[in-house]
Design a protein around this ligand. Structure first.
Ligand SMILES: C[S@@+](CC[C@H](N)C(=O)[O-])C[C@H]1O[C@@H](n2cnc3c(N)ncnc32)[C@H](O)[C@@H]1O
Length: 384
């Protein structure tokens, strides 16, 4: 049986896959400022393969100056086979893969060391997309795949009613390091101070945990202030060892429910809460769905040819919040109707957007950004 040439680690292959970086021989256009901006933000009307090559070159010079991309959000055509009013979503899979691979390779060069890349796809190509991300950024850069509920109504035309998309999140620094720099989600849990604790409002959390990884020192008997002897609940252990638990009692950090008859809980003070780890399931009632996104766009630009596939502003808000801080640079190489740029500007992030369809830029994204108070950006076109 014939064998294909060996590779260093598992990777996706397809007919005609480039064995090297096309970039080395590809043309790099000049980026020409058509309309200068009063902010650091830039909207580029160009094919993004060329634009990313040009940005890579200018990252040491003018356009990106010294700032590298903290968040790259990629929402490419999913390759569903549809032909939308504003762009084509039907490519041969091999061609789609070649294009995306080349863009990811260019992107890698302009990413900040603490940056992250969020690749948004549906079932048409998401499995291939993840393999490509592994190939370009390394499996060790994988952070999570977010499932976003894009639709809440049922679609009876298909065998399954598809309710979700996938967003593959990669951080070149690796998930451990990235966890230290990413932002958690707001913790809206209620805090109160029923005992006038001078440390301020608090709420209580359990002092037991699942026993799966417990050590022997987490199983002991706790005696409550009313003299009740308590073992950990079935299948659980105490969160802390007996000596650490005793310290917490002495520090006044243990709350005894039911007047000292219930299981002890830890007092967690409002000032100590650092934000919640985002879960991988993002529901429409938290971050919007496709229908909400279309309504938002229509409200801001109206028109008789609305853009087919905008993303909800709240979805972008969450991504930008988790991945960046004010002043950071956000890049969207598939800008479409401009959602990422609009939200980034509102959140005081700098942004670069690339979109190849001139109609989309001039008739949808630009008016939308101006109507949303995000004007003042430079409009750039790819020259020869
Ligand atoms: C799924 S839409 C992005 C929607 C966007 N996230 C929004 O909220 O409006 C994909 C966009 O990428 C653009 N596009 C596709 N291929 C491109 C390329 N090679 N270079 C630049 N833009 C491209 C399409 O014209 C389309 O507007």
């Amino acid at each position: 049986m014939g064998r294909v040439a060996p590779v260093e680690r598992p990777e996706l292959r397809w007919p005609g896959k480039a064995t090297d970086v096309v970039e080395a021989v590809a043309h790099v256009p000049e980026l020409v400022v058509e309309q200068p901006g009063v902010s650091d933000n830039v909207l580029i009307i160009a094919e993004n393969g060329a634009a990313l090559r040009a940005l890579g070159r200018s990252s040491r010079a003018d356009l990106l100056a010294e700032s590298l991309v903290k968040l790259a959000y990629l929402d490419p055509p999913y390759n569903t086979g549809n032909r939308f009013d504003h762009y084509d979503d039907a490519m041969h899979s091999a061609h789609w893969l070649d294009d995306l691979r080349e863009r990811l390779l260019s992107l890698k060069k302009i990413m900040h060391t603490d940056g992250s890349i969020w690749l948004h796809l549906d079932d048409s190509e998401q499995h291939h997309g993840r393999c490509l991300m592994d190939e370009v950024f390394g499996r060790e850069a994988f952070v999570a795949t977010v499932i976003w509920q894009r639709r809440t109504s049922r679609d009876n035309r298909t065998a399954f009613s598809i309710s979700h998309d996938y967003i593959h999140v990669y951080a070149p620094a690796g998930p451990k390091r990235w966890k230290q720099v990413r932002n958690g989600l707001a913790d809206n849990g209620a805090f109160a101070n029923p005992d006038n604790d001078p440390r301020g409002p608090w709420r209580s959390v359990p002092l037991s945990a699942q026993a799966g990884h417990a050590t022997a020192s987490q199983f002991y008997t706790i005696t409550t202030p009313r003299g009740l002897a308590l073992e950990p609940p079935p299948g659980r252990c105490w969160t802390y060892t007996a000596s650490r638990f005793q310290e917490l009692v002495e520090e006044g950090r243990v709350y005894w429910p039911k007047g000292g008859l219930g299981r002890p809980r830890l007092k967690r003070f409002e000032g100590e809460v650092t934000g919640l780890a985002p879960s991988t399931l993002w529901l429409a009632d938290e971050v919007g769905d496709n229908a909400a996104a279309k309504k938002e766009l229509l409200r801001s630009v109206g028109g008789d040819r609305p853009f087919d596939t905008p993303k909800p502003e709240s979805l972008m808000e969450r991504i930008i919040h988790v991945a960046t801080d004010p002043g950071d640079l956000v890049l969207d190489p598939y800008l479409g109707s401009g959602t990422t740029a609009l939200v980034a500007a509102r959140m005081s992030r700098r942004w670069v957007g690339v979109e190849e369809q001139e109609f989309t830029v001039r008739n949808i994204a630009v008016p939308r950004l101006e109507a949303g108070g995000a004007g003042g950006f430079a409009l750039v076109v790819a020259g020869s």
